[in-house]
Design a protein. Structure first.
Length: 153
């Protein structure tokens, strides 16, 4: 490194990136066993979380995905029998989506495994430390999201 440069920010961001990569790798393992990608699980999770039908546009907003990506994933999930499509009675261009029983069972089977892993990762931190970490990361996330348009190319 160049003398005189403060590398403290790199150390923090590097640790966040490494934590994210390790967490993602561990959390994706049960998804792979279930034959799902992370983006597919995110769609199923959004449908499960809301508990009601959503349109593809709703799902794109819920998962911060593009409409084209959502359409592609929904086609695959529908072919696997995890999501059902229903046309709108007033507007034939609109499609409503909901989980099938198989989709709900899949999400309900994977979610406890992920939560158990996340709980085990955080057991070294007591309640106040977890709260403080959540607050600090929330603040960082807010700053990053607020500056999204100002980030370097």
């Amino acid at each position: 490194m160049r003398p005189g440069l403060d590398t403290g920010p790199m150390e923090i961001i590097g640790r966040i990136n490494r934590c994210a990569a390790l967490l993602q790798q561990a959390e994706d393992a049960p998804l792979r066993r279930a034959g799902l990608s992370r983006p597919e699980f995110d769609l199923l999770g959004a449908l499960r979380r809301t508990g009601h039908e959503l349109t593809p546009g709703d799902l794109a907003r819920e998962t911060f995905s593009s409409g084209a990506a959502v359409t592609k994933r929904l086609k695959q999930l529908s072919e696997r029998g995890l999501v059902e499509r229903r046309g709108d009675t007033r507007d034939r261009r609109v499609v409503h989506l909901r989980l099938t029983d198989a989709g709900r069972d899949l999400v309900d089977g994977v979610l406890p495994v992920q939560l158990a892993y996340e709980t085990s990762v955080l057991t070294g931190l007591d309640g106040p430390e977890q709260d403080e970490l959540a607050d600090l990361l929330g603040e960082l996330l807010s700053r990053l999201e607020g500056r999204a348009g100002m980030l370097r190319p």
